[in-house]
Design a protein around this ligand. Structure first.
Ligand SMILES: Cc1cc2nc3c(=O)[nH]c(=O)nc-3n(C[C@H](O)[C@H](O)[C@H](O)COP(=O)(O)O)c2cc1C
Length: 188
């Protein structure tokens, strides 16, 4: 497959439709190695990975459920259950964490953009190896208690949970933005 069809056919598989088998350890390493090759102004490498696999996924789900209840004791049971299940489907979840360097001549926005590219590259690499993947954040990616539990320092940001596994069914294509709406020619 040439790179262009790979990009042209890129799509997410919802995490609920991802299951076993997940990538082997060697496959995971090649996915992550590939994702490290993103453009990176200043070569700061201002990101890192956190691998969440096996029982750790369920523990994280339990923490989300407990935190959601602590935030709203009247939250509907279905919502709490959804939080409990969030990390239970895909066998592998990689949290991509931005580790921006403040006060550097490379603005923080550029460092975060590089981290976004890491997330995208990881999706692309997973699809290239025949897996399905989805980039999710959700409230947990912005909740300080959850982030503390994941070991993020105060200056770090969780850019995405990349859920990776084997698609368990067909996913309908969604309407894509039309290029005509998005492209203009600059005519000075
Ligand atoms: C930064 C970021 C965060 C996202 N977080 C969520 C999320 O929390 N929940 C969700 O349903 N989709 C989320 N998405 C969207 C999905 O990753 C995905 O784009 C969507 O399921 C549509 O599929 P597609 O990638 O094939 O267009 C997020 C996307 C980005 C870029």
């Amino acid at each position: 497959m040439t790179p262009i069809p790979a990009l042209a056919q890129r799509r997410s598989v919802p995490s609920r439709q991802l299951g076993a088998p997940g990538p082997t350890d060697a496959q995971t390493r090649s996915l992550l190695e590939a994702a490290l090759r993103v453009p990176d102004h200043g070569r700061l490498a201002p990101w890192r990975f956190l691998r969440i696999e096996g029982d750790a996924r369920h523990t994280l789900g339990e923490r989300l459920a407990a935190r959601a209840l602590a935030l709203d004791a009247n939250a509907p049971a279905a919502a709490i259950d959804k939080d409990r299940q969030r990390f239970s489907f895909a066998p592998l979840v990689v949290a991509v964490i931005a580790t921006p360097v403040e006060g550097h001549k490379v603005p923080v926005i550029e460092q975060l953009l590089s981290g976004g590219a890491v997330c995208f590259a990881l999706l692309q690499a997973a699809q290239g190896l025949g897996f399905g993947a989805q980039w999710l954040t959700g409230w947990a990616a912005y909740d300080r208690v959850i982030l503390d539990g994941l070991g993020l320092a105060a200056h770090e940001q969780l850019l995405g949970f990349i859920h990776i596994g084997t698609p368990q069914g067909e996913v309908p294509e969604r309407l894509r933005p039309s290029l005509a709406d998005k492209l203009t020619d600059w005519t000075p």
